[in-house]
Unconditional design. Structure first.
Length: 110
């Protein structure tokens, strides 16, 4: 008789009290064959330069697991609070390299 595989023991995570939360409203993603690089930045209104607040390096496997976990958590969030609207009529490049406009906003002519 075969036993079912043992469930992995969850890793205990300890956040020290002095650890500060960081707000980011912009992200840039890059990769090499061995790593995924996530830069999280804060773009102030009226500013043309976003300040990178944190850089996270992950293996592609860890990034894929994060992608899956984010999808599951966003699905639960939307089930509880409603659908999250995303900008319309934009490309991936526009989402990554231009300031975010709320879905109801129209871009200003420059």
């Amino acid at each position: 008789m075969t036993k079912p595989p043992a469930r992995p023991t969850p890793v205990k995570m300890d956040a020290p009290p002095e650890l500060e939360a960081t707000y980011a409203n912009l992200a840039r993603i890059a990769h090499s064959p061995a790593d995924i690089v996530l830069d999280f930045a804060h773009l102030l209104p009226g500013s043309k330069t976003a300040k990178v607040q944190a850089r996270i390096l992950m293996t592609p496997l860890s990034a894929k697991l994060l992608y899956k976990a984010l999808g599951e958590n966003l699905s639960r969030y939307e089930a509880a609070f409603g659908e999250i609207s995303t900008p319309r009529n934009t490309s991936l490049a526009e989402n990554l390299f231009k300031p975010f406009l709320p879905p109801d906003s129209e871009p200003k002519e420059e």
